[in-house]
Design a protein around this ligand. Structure first.
Ligand code: C2E
Ligand code: MG
Ligand code: MG
Ligand code: MG
Length: 287
């Protein structure tokens, strides 16, 4: 009985793994045509002032409309694209599209919105990256001061010397670099000392438990206070409730991003959005 169960378990495991492998092999294959087939789209998620709820900037988040699977999450295909090197042309497409979109978006706005674009480690470390960036800015007419890059700690772990140089160059060009998913990796707080960054984005895993876990709350408070002392601003990701907003605003977190304010959305939906979020319904429909 036990043996049989063991074998079944083993077969089940093997079956699952084989399935997963086939799944990702297929996805990886499909990824090759996706760019040429125009299957990607950029969504934009607002980032708001913690106190007023006014939109301060947006983050571009890539979406893949797979012809048979529907929407595939970037959490699933970005790692595959990194493995195959596809992230390079895809990343170039993302940057170009984000710049084109925001130039158009800002054309008829009184107050221009900056856009943040996620840059994967491989892309960031590639020799031609800076040349690509310059070319895309020139080509789209995007002002560098409205562009921000989001990089994770992995960018820093893949070598420190040239990374800091590159970040300095970007900064001189007017492009700011924010540290994304802060607190999730093996980061030590001390490397912030050397980084020419103006912003840290607290990972949403901290926000989830902030009201129930005093240690998490202490870490969050510590990061905010420390960042301010280093003249950096702090964004909290994953704000899902008004309580989250109150808590982070009370801790003097500068900016907030999360489903409570707005989910990532297509550009035309962003255009229709009011300046102040969350966008409460004016009339309650009780029918
Ligand atoms: P990220 O850069 O940390 O982006 C934030 C993720 O959190 C997004 O997931 C966003 O939809 C999600 N999110 C925002 N607010 C909330 C909330 O209140 N609750 C919850 N549960 N989630 C929230 P998404 O779009 O699935 O992207 C996942 C990750 O994939 C991103 O994490 C980023 O690392 C990567 N990614 C997305 N777009 C791009 C891109 O254009 N280029 C690169 N290199 N990576 C990207
Ligand atoms: Mg990001
Ligand atoms: Mg993040
Ligand atoms: Mg994240």
């Amino acid at each position: 009985q036990a043996k049989r169960q063991g074998r079944n378990t083993w077969q089940w495991c093997r079956g699952t793994q084989a399935g997963d492998t086939r799944h990702s092999v297929t996805l990886r294959h499909d990824l090759h045509n996706a760019l040429a087939e125009d299957q990607f789209e950029l969504y934009y998620q607002p980032v708001v002032d913690a106190v007023s709820g006014r939109i301060r900037s947006t983050e571009a988040l890539v979406r893949w409309h797979h012809p048979s699977r529907g929407m595939v999450s970037p959490g699933e295909f970005i790692p595959l694209a990194e493995q195959t090197g596809q992230i390079v042309p895809l990343g170039r497409w993302i940057l170009r599209r984000a710049c084109q979109d925001m130039v158009r978006f800002n054309a008829d706005r009184e107050r221009e919105l900056p856009v943040a674009v996620n840059i994967s480690s491989l892309q960031f470390h590639r020799d031609g990256f800076l040349a690509d960036v310059r070319q895309i800015l020139a080509e789209t007419g995007m002002p560098a001061r409205l562009l921000e890059f989001e990089v994770t700690e992995s960018v820093l772990l893949d070598g420190t010397g040239p990374v800091i140089e590159l970040m300095e160059t970007l900064k001189d060009m007017g492009i700011r670099v924010a540290l994304d998913d802060f607190g999730t990796g093996f980061s030590s707080l001390s490397y912030l000392r050397d980084l020419p960054t103006h912003k840290v984005k607290l990972d949403r895993s901290f926000i989830k438990d902030i009201q129930t876990d005093r240690r998490i709350a202490a870490i969050v408070q510590g990061v905010i206070t420390m960042a301010h002392h280093m003249d950096m601003c702090v964004v909290a990701e994953g704000i899902e409730t008004p309580e989250h907003q109150d808590d982070l605003a009370r801790r003097l977190c500068d900016l907030l991003q999360g489903y409570y304010f707005a989910r990532p959305m297509p550009l035309n939906a962003l255009q229709a959005l009011s300046d102040r979020l969350p966008h409460h319904q004016k009339t309650q429909d009780h029918s």
